[in-house]
Design a protein around this ligand. Structure first.
Ligand code: SF4
Ligand code: SF4
Length: 407
């Protein structure tokens, strides 16, 4: 079917978001700190303020019959194309929400706007199409076969099939730690840690599917909903009363998006919560006198501004022998994004690595030897950014740090 590029259906934008688009005072506080439009590139159209201005122009044209009649199809097509272009040049980091003096809920505004663009055939962007197809055909965005999903666990005897055996904990691995050979270690670490703590952990193996986070962020709401319903159905086939994930994106999606997508609230926890709990209960044997290590911590957007999980990782670090946390100037709520979220990695790698490079510079300024994070996707991006800066700082996952200090 031919797409009509001069029409947009705004019905998937909730009324409260439409009110918020209108409430913006154009003060520009968000624009200064926006990583894509303000910091990495000074392009007003890509800043949150610029995007809001573009939305308002479209809404006002559509809602005013006289203005609509005077706007040619070609002009409308251009307005919508510009809007779609700027709305996707965004990592959905939520920094604009944090900076906004009116506390406008920009994350919801951008995501619902993308959903409208998709519903109207104006989104996602062409580079996203392969990603969408991959999730549809293989249940992961990396175009990898389902059969290989649990290859990382092949030689691990303590891991069991959660759909067949009784378990204490279901580990939802997620696509990045399942398929990226450099990130597989995060999954293996978690299994070892659970074993040390005497927990019987299970995985779903090849039955596990992508959580749908990327689909949701790029506006593919219906596809994400279908996937979420399938996942909830698979989770029900286990007897797990706790689901743990080491990925910030999976955590946010399962904990925050699944209730509205599926009507089900899952007992989901992030690894940082589990590790903090195990350490506080003295269930992990730690080295007695390890050499001192200075680390800094990167708050992933999905674990930080999106779900406010700032304290757990810091509690873990504070309980590890010999480890000192040196905060980056921008930490917690004002933490700089790694740049890769919101489908931006697929769309514009140049800007992603400019943003990630700035994060590595933040870490370098602390003098810490190690940059710790708690999201495989952030880790993937920051490792590459550090490599491009001569590996000035070592980027690891928080499970790597814990494993290193276990006896
Ligand atoms: S979510 Fe982040 S990248 Fe997107 S507009 Fe806001 S500050 Fe910029
Ligand atoms: S900070 Fe808030 S009110 Fe100011 S321009 Fe940005 S979104 Fe609008």
């Amino acid at each position: 079917m031919k797409r009509d590029k001069s029409r947009i259906d705004l019905s998937s934008i909730p009324a409260k978001s439409l009110v918020e688009f209108d409430a913006c005072t154009r003060c520009g506080e968000c624009s200064i700190i926006c990583p894509t439009g303000g910091e990495a590139e000074q392009v007003e159209e890509r800043t949150p303020r610029g995007k809001i201005r573009a939305v308002r122009k479209v809404v006002r044209t559509l809602r005013n019959p006289l203005r609509a009649a005077l706007t040619s199809e070609k002009k409308m097509e251009r307005m919508l194309s510009d809007l779609s272009e700027s709305v996707y040049q965004c990592s959905i980091c939520g920094m604009c929400m944090e900076a906004c003096p009116l506390s406008l809920r920009t994350i919801e505004m951008w995501e619902s706007l993308r959903r409208s663009l998709v519903d109207s055939g104006l989104g996602p962007k062409e580079p996203h199409e392969a990603l969408v197809k991959s999730i549809e055909n293989y249940d992961n965005p990396w175009m990898q076969p389902r059969m290989q999903r649990a290859r990382w666990a092949k030689k691990i005897k303590s891991i069991v099939d959660a759909t067949k055996e009784k378990i204490d904990l279901l580990y939802y691995v997620g696509c990045t730690a399942s398929y990226d050979p450099e990130i597989n270690r995060v999954a293996q670490n978690l299994v070892s840690i659970a074993e040390k703590a005497g927990l019987r952990m299970g995985i779903l193996g090849k039955a596990e599917k992508c959580c749908g986070s990327t689909l949701l962020r790029i506006g593919e709401y219906e596809r994400a909903r279908k996937l979420a319903l399938e996942n909830v159905d698979i989770f029900r086939r286990t007897d797990a009363d706790r689901i743990v994930t080491a990925c910030a994106g999976c955590y946010k999606t399962l904990a925050q998006d699944y209730p509205s997508l599926t009507g089900t609230r899952l007992p989901v926890f992030h690894t940082t919560q589990l590790l903090a709990e195990l350490l506080s209960e003295d269930r992990l044997p730690l080295k007695k006198d390890p050499p001192g290590l200075a680390v800094t911590y990167h708050d992933p957007c999905h674990l930080g501004r999106h779900t406010q999980m700032y304290d757990w990782p810091r509690e873990i670090i504070s309980r590890l022998p010999g480890v000192t946390l040196v905060e980056m100037e921008r930490n917690r709520e004002r933490s700089r994004c790694c740049g890769a979220g919101g489908g931006l990695m697929t769309l514009n790698q140049e800007i992603v690595f400019r943003i990630a490079g700035m994060r590595i510079e933040d870490a370098e300024r602390t003098g810490a030897q190690v940059l710790v994070t708690s999201c495989p996707f952030c880790q993937q991006t920051l490792v590459e950014a550090a490599r491009r800066r001569d590996n000035s700082v070592k980027v690891i996952d928080i499970t790597d740090l814990v494993i290193e200090l276990l006896e």
